[in-house]
Each structure stands twice: as structure tokens, then as C-alpha cells.
Design a protein around this ligand. Structure first.
Ligand SMILES: [Zn+2]
Length: 148
């Protein structure tokens, strides 16, 4: 049951549902993330209006872990303002590095806590964090847009 331990029911469920895997109409940002060590190649699509992530989706292909992670992330960040989404991403990165995060942060991450064990599997860490890196890159671009 090694696979069961690695992916957990939550991850498998999200990977199967595919409800966030589609193109996004009216997108304001698209950020491609590539993880050569596994072959994951995913693009995060965001529609940001007045600093709020109104809608999000992903396209591309990747392993179960990378797709489940980006799908769970999309469920979490939809409707969130950019600052909150950025803070959540930083909490996720801390967790993925095996650091202890606050109980409040754990509660906010909900299903994403299923990735707590990827810190013990260095080869898979990049799969689990790929979508979140797309998110922080998109937010960085959005912030740069505001300055101009
Ligand atoms: Zn992968």
C-alpha cells in the first residue's frame, strides 16, 4: 500500500475529478510551470479582477501528484485576494520543506495538507509545489502591472 500512503485518498480524488482542468475565458494571466525531472508541464490560468482571483483553471499534463496539487490549490484560491493567496502559497512552501506551520495556516490549507509528506520525498517535492510556483509567479506579474 505504498502508493496509498504516498498519494492519499484526497490526492487521488482530485486527480480523478479534473473539474479544474479546462481553458479559462477572459483570463488575465497564464503561467506555465515545467518540472523536467518528472515531465510535468502545467499552465495555471487566472482571471484577476480588482485584486481578487475571480476564477482559475489549469491546462497541460502532469503526474497525479502535480495535477492534484494544482487542482486543490485552485479550489482554495478562487475568490481570494492576491495578498492572501500569496501568503497561503508561502505557507504551502514552508510545509513542503518540512517546516512547522501555524495551526491557522494548516486549517486554511485544508486538502492541501495531504501534501505534508512530500517533504520526505525530495524527488516528488517539485511535483507538489509546481502549481503553487505558477501562482506566485502570476502574482508577482500582477504586482508589477500595478506599478506601471
Ligand atoms: Zn510529477
Amino acid at each position: 500500500m505504498t502508493d496509498h500512503n504516498m498519494y492519499s485518498e484526497i490526492i487521488l480524488m482530485h486527480n480523478r475529478s479534473g473539474h479544474n482542468r479546462h481553458a479559462l475565458s477572459g483570463e488575465t494571466h497564464a503561467e506555465r510551470g515545467h518540472n523536467p525531472s518528472c515531465g510535468d508541464d502545467l499552465t495555471l490560468h487566472l482571471r484577476v479582477v480588482d485584486g481578487i482571483i475571480e476564477s482559475a483553471s489549469y491546462t497541460g499534463s502532469g503526474c497525479a501528484l502535480s495535477q492534484a496539487s494544482i487542482s486543490i490549490m485552485i479550489d482554495l484560491i478562487t475568490g481570494m485576494d492576491l495578498d492572501s493567496a500569496k501568503n497561503m502559497a508561502n505557507d504551502f512552501f514552508d510545509m513542503a520543506r518540512g517546516e512547522t506551520i501555524s495551526p491557522e495556516a494548516e486549517e486554511a490549507l485544508q486538502d492541501a495538507m495531504a501534501f505534508q509528506n512530500i517533504a520526505k520525498m525530495p524527488a516528488r517535492t517539485k511535483c507538489g509545489t509546481l502549481g503553487w510556483h505558477c501562482l506566485t509567479a502570476s502574482i508577482a506579474e500582477t504586482t508589477a502591472d500595478d506599478v506601471n
